[in-house]
Every structure is written in C-alpha cells, then in structure tokens.
Write a protein that binds this ligand. Structure first.
Ligand code: AMP
Ligand code: ZN
Length: 453
C-alpha cells in the first residue's frame, strides 16, 4: 500500500488519505436528479467518482460505495425556490413523476455502464427513504434545530456556529450571497435557513408526490435525503463524500448542518469536488440549455470511452471545455494506444517498473490523470497501458471483444471456468462450439483473446 493524497475541500488542503477503519473505505456520492437524461457534465462527476474508487482499489482498499437517486424534492433552484424538477419534467412529458424518474434512472445507469463506471454497491432512491428522512427531521426537531411556518419545516442555521464551514465563507458573507440568490420565504428567520419538509400548501398545494408525516402530508426538502441515505448505508462518520463543485455552497453545506446537528459527529472526513465541464466558457447545465448527452455523442459515432478518455485528460479540479474537436482528439489517441498492441515491447522489466511507479505516484497525487497519461504516452508501451486498465478503464483491448456476440462471450467465460477446474475435456468441447460460431480463442499468458475467424 502506498500513501494516497487527496485535496479536501473541508480543510482546503491536500492531505494524506487515511481510512477510518483499516483498509475499508466508505464512499458516498450524490446521485442524479432523474428528471431528464444526464448530460455529459453530470457524467464527468460520475467518471470522477469511479476514478477515485478504482484508484483506492488499486491501492488495496476495499471500497463500499453508496449513492442516492433524487426522484423527489429537488426544486428548480438549489435553495427552496421554484418547482419540483420531477413534477416539471412529468408535465413536459405528460407522464407522472415516478414513471419519469424510473425512465431516466434506467438511462442513467446505462450511461454509467457504457462509460465503464463501476456501479455503486448501494443505490437508494429518495422516495424509498422517506421513513429515514422523517426520523432525522424528528431528531432535529427534538434537539431544537427546527421551526415551522404554514409552508414548511425549516432548519435554523443560526443555531450552528460553524454553518458554512465547507465553503470557508463567513456566515455574514453567506447571508449577503444568499439574499441575492434565494427568493426568501417570508416565514424564514434567516435567508440561508432551508426546508426539511414541505407541506401541501401555497405553491405546493397540488404536489403530486406526498407522504404522511408527524407534521402532516408533504414531501421532503432536497438536502435531507443525502443525510438520511448516507447514514443508512454507510453510518456516520464515513470516509469520503463526493459531488460537483456546485454542491459545495448549498447542498453539501446543508447535508453537513443536518447530519452533524442531529448526531453530534462529523458527517464525512474527506470532501472531494469535481470541477465543471464547460461549453463555450459556460457551465454545461440544463437550465442554460447548452447540454449534450451521451446519446448525442453516440449519434455522432463516438464510443462512450472516447468521452471517458477526454475526461481523464483533464484534472478533476480544473474546468474542462467540451468541444467536438477535443473529443475527436481523444478518439484518435485511443486508436493510437490500441495500435500499440501489435508492437513488441522494447522496455526491460526494470524500466517498466520505474514507469509504473511514476504513473502510480501521479494517480496517488490527488488523481493527477493528465500526468499519468503523459507518462504512459511517453513510454509508448502497450503492456503498460494494460497494467493501468484497472484504473483507467479505456477498453484498450476490448474493442473487438465488445463487438463479439454475448453468446460467444458467455461460452468463453464457461470455457475459462472449465479450465480453472482443469476440466480440459469440457474446455476443448466449448472451444469447438465457439469455433462453430465463427470465432477463434487464443490463450495468451494474460488471459484469453477472442478473434473473428
Ligand atoms: P444533479 O442532478 O443536479 O444533482 O447533478 C448530478 C451531479 O452532476 C452533481 O454531482 C453535480 O455537481 C454534477 N454536475 C452538474 N453539472 C455539471 C457540470 N457542468 N460539470 C461537472 N459536473 C456537473
Ligand atoms: Zn447529495
């Protein structure tokens, strides 16, 4: 195991990572609000989560990765203003909010699989954790952190001395900022107070999704789901909380306020945030209407891993500008890497070990993928790219394999199992079946290769 360094938004420093419990890491990432397709800016966030998880795993950690899916409660603004995004989407598509949510959740997971993102071990929808959210609000109420008006139950941020510690802003500055960005509900005591539970009143009188609660029918505010779901899946404190930089000021700040006030413990030790994917100098976002989806990229003939490579070419803490030209560049580079497969390695083993150590050092230095890729390009050796495939996941060998029918791939898997059990007879028989389907199996020192005959 080597030391991994990560930039912690909470301390504003790069710190040596240490897990709470030995070699086990508990990781929570905010999931998508599933009211329309994920755009490729959102997908940058999930490639980043996946990269971190793979880097930790490559260092021997056992990662437990949990994520929510927001299918209720996220209003058009991050504060308490605007309409529920799910209800807005449902009206747009003339369907009901939950049908809409399931449709886009499915598409989201398909995108993640396409991008070789390892799916979280635990995924919980906000609507499946209503009980936990109510329990948490009850606890906050018992401890005197809440107040209510006719529209909602609010969290009273003035009860916390360190509200806003994640942003590093003083409360006074935050108040000024909040006044500008939030349409203040007249019942709120402080502009940065936020809703924990909305009642079916005022503009939410006809909210479609609602549940009974000790305070009456209503629905949860957006931030409470992550506090409740992270606790239910990982406990508190857990090791690392992830999300995009847009979540620092409101969503994550409010998660910290709720969880730490309720349980008197830190929520997470490390907070990591990915920067924006930009288009023409602006954040890619649905509200600005400048979004592309993975389906748009595929329509233009790109492979999802071309986009993965493009993302890894930037450091996660730097803004990255999306252009079609840059994506073409990524595709061409991946082709070059794949073409190295047929060129015999010119490096001695000791030389390879040296380079591997440098690549690892770059990755362990706050996930410096641009540096890691540059070192691998300079070495220009296919076996080295392969050594880091567990972290980079660029399908450098598998282009052909992915085009091979699943029937053939399943047979190859069964043949491997038979070989594992030294059942040579079955292995040979399965090879025959594979050949009948028009494919050849090659046993290499590092596994098998399937090729069209
Ligand atoms: P949301 O559905 O709004 O909660 O967003 C899902 C994830 O995408 C969050 O982690 C956001 O911070 C992240 N995100 C949204 N827009 C961008 C963008 N343009 N670039 C990178 N990450 C983004
Ligand atoms: Zn969250």
């Amino acid at each position: 195991m080597k030391q991994i360094y990560l930039y912690n938004t909470l301390t504003r420093k790069k710190e040596g990572f240490k897990a709470i419990c030995d070699m086990k890491v508990k990781l929570y990432a905010c999931g998508l609000t599933v009211y329309s397709e994920a755009h490729i800016g959102n997908l940058r966030a999930y490639i980043f989560d996946d990269l971190l998880r793979r880097v930790l795993e490559s260092d021997g950690y056992e990662v437990k990765h949990a994520m929510n899916v927001t299918d209720v409660g996220h209003l058009v603004g991050d504060g308490d203003e605007g309409e529920d995004k799910l209800e807005l989407g449902a009206r747009r598509e003339k369907t009901d909010p939950l049908a809409l949510a399931r449709k886009y959740e499915e598409k989201f997971f398909e995108d993640l699989r396409n991008l070789n993102v390892e799916l979280p071990h635990k995924v919980v929808r906000a609507t499946e954790a209503i009980k936990e959210q109510i329990e948490l609000i009850k606890l906050l109420e018992e401890k005197g952190y809440t107040y209510k008006d006719e529209f909602a139950i609010y969290f009273d941020t003035s009860k916390l001395l360190d509200y806003g510690k994640l942003t590093g802003q003083k409360l006074e500055e935050k108040k000024v900022g909040a006044r500008e960005e939030v349409v203040v509900d007249s019942g709120k005591k402080n502009p940065q107070d936020f809703a924990l539970w909305f009642f079916l009143a005022g503009k939410y009188e006809d909210h479609i999704l609602h549940w009974p609660s000790p305070w009456g029918e209503g629905f949860p505010g957006w931030h409470i789901e992550c506090s409740a779901i992270s606790r239910a899946t990982l406990g508190q404190p857990f090791d690392i909380h992830l999300g995009g930089v847009d979540h620092i000021g409101t969503h994550h700040t409010n998660e910290i306020a709720q969880s730490e006030a309720a349980y008197g413990l830190p929520l997470a030790h490390f907070w990591l945030h990915n920067e924006y994917l930009m288009v023409d100098g602006q954040k890619m976002s649905k509200s600005l209407g400048n979004v592309y989806t993975l389906a748009d990229l595929k329509k233009k003939g790109f492979d999802p891993v071309d986009f993965r490579y493009f993302i890894l070419g930037g450091h996660y803490r730097s803004k990255l500008n999306f252009t079609w030209q840059a994506l073409e560049g990524a595709r061409a580079t991946l082709r070059k890497i794949r073409a190295l497969e047929d060129i015999p390695s010119a490096l001695e083993n000791s030389g390879k070990e040296d380079i591997k150590a440098k690549v690892r050092a770059a990755l362990f230095d706050d996930l410096d993928t641009p540096r890691a890729l540059a070192i691998l390009h300079e070495a220009n050796d296919f076996s080295l790219w392969k050594d880091f495939e567990n972290v980079l996941a660029l399908d450098i060998e598998a282009v052909e394999t992915r085009e091979i029918p699943s029937e053939v791939r399943d047979l190859a898997k069964r043949r491997e199992e038979a070989r594992g059990k030294k059942d040579w007879q079955s292995a040979d028989q399965i090879r025959g079946e594979i050949e009948k389907l028009g494919y050849g199996v090659e046993d290499t020192g590092e596994g098998i290769k399937l090729r069209r005959k």
